[in-house]
Design a protein around this ligand. Sequence first.
Ligand code: R1P
Ligand code: URA
Length: 336
Amino acid sequence: MSMSNANFPMDAEGRTYHVGVKRGELANRILTVGDPARAIILSRSLDGVNLENTASKAIPSNLFSFASHRGFLTITGLYKGVPVSIVAIGMGVSMMDFFVRECRAVVDGPMIIIRLGSCGSLSDATVGDICVPSGSYLVQRNVNHFADDVSAVDVAMPYHLSKVFTADEEIAKTLVKNMSLQLGSDHVWSGINATADSFYSSQGRQDENFVDDNQELFTELVRHEPRTMTLEMETFVLFHLAKTSTGAPLIRSGSSGANGEETLRKNSIRAGACMMVFAQRKSNAFIAKEDVIRVEPIAGKAAFDSLIEVSLGGVDALHPNGGSVWERALSAIGAI
Ligand code: R1P
Ligand code: URA
């Protein structure tokens, strides 16, 4: 694969280096998940899928899909007549950074990105419940704390806790409403998420094979942010990049680069998240497979309903349908 532009590598076809997507393959509305198997399950809720002829682990043949050499899986189709994409990104903050930046680079106009992930619960939310964060902070292991020559400040802080970056308020409200309709409001929780840079030490898991100094981490998290509800590994980066996103260039005008670009308002990305509780960290319970199978598709429908309910402005502001992978499906339903 030959790439040009060391600053933002793309191949001759215009595919990005890691996610592997190019213009016209990604919709302005994206649902992102960690697990590729979850992406495939959710894709079964998209329009025109023939469930009888689709093996349970297969991507429905009427949908566009692309699996990148770095483990990202993109699936695009229509949901209730609206173009949407599902992107599975794997795990961790770097994967979220690759995903948001590379997707932003190939889509014209404003974007909505919702993450449907799994998490650990520090609140009373139990396994199988859904948590919708109104904001997220980052928990980072302070590696200097574990060095031989530690300063007083390093000793004091084995983990760094960032400020809270907020979800889009309308998206969060819409997610709570739609999740409550699907699962009952008793099973839907609001609060603040903590995104950790590891599944183990930075989420307070005890491991005798390593010195982690994390016995007091839960207490520290609640002291830092009393509304702390969940722990997972990506949402902070999504909210942070949405907050720092600039106005989206509309490349269809034929111009590129700083001169002559039409730009939309700042913060061209609106972001929200919802997580299924897989681990109850207070009781130490872990979700049963049957509960994952039950909750995933229902939560997926509520997330898709939310993704299309929030307005992104007129179609003129969105990525052009012409030449896109969803053009034929829109034309088949007479929408263009
Ligand atoms: C860890 O098991 C993974 O599960 C959570 C965490 O954020 C991390 O990626 O989310 P996903 O189920 O979406 O991957
Ligand atoms: N994902 C996480 O990151 N943590 C958990 O405890 C469960 C799922």
